[in-house]
Every structure is written in structure tokens, then in C-alpha cells.
Write a protein of this length. Structure first.
Length: 72
């Protein structure tokens, strides 16, 4: 995944954690608008989430934030 989407993922995770606490979960759809305006990027993130890391549909935001940070 490119650096821009990685930063957005970290930002969204931190925002969710701040608002709802460290146990909040999210799916990879949380990083996109409710419209499919960038299908290539959506597929790239979905591939990272589902195929590369074999994550469940919903995962803890803390876990995702840390995984993405470690890959920066």
C-alpha cells in the first residue's frame, strides 16, 4: 500500500480509538467514503487486509494502526 493510504489508515484508527476507546473495531471499509470512487485502492487495501494478513472482517483499530505503523 502506498504511503498516503497508510497515513490515512493510521489517522482513522487513531480517531476511532480516541472517540470510542481502545477496544473499538473497524473494517477496511472505514478508510473509504461510502462510494466506490477509487476501486483500485479499495482492492489494494482489501488484499492487504484479507489475503496478505488474513484478518477478520472487523479487527481492533489498535491492532490495525500498529500493523500499518510497523510497515512504514
Amino acid at each position: 500500500m502506498n504511503k498516503t493510504i497508510r497515513k490515512k489508515i493510521i489517522s482513522v484508527c487513531e480517531e476511532k480509538i480516541e472517540k470510542k476507546g481502545e477496544k473499538v473495531g473497524l473494517s477496511f471499509y472505514a478508510f473509504f467514503a461510502n462510494k466506490n470512487d477509487n476501486p483500485e485502492l479499495l482492492l489494494e487495501v482489501a488484499t492487504w487486509w484479507i489475503k496478505t494478513h488474513q484478518l477478520d472482517h472487523f479487527e481492533k483499530a489498535v491492532k490495525i494502526r500498529n500493523m500499518v505503523r510497523d510497515e512504514l
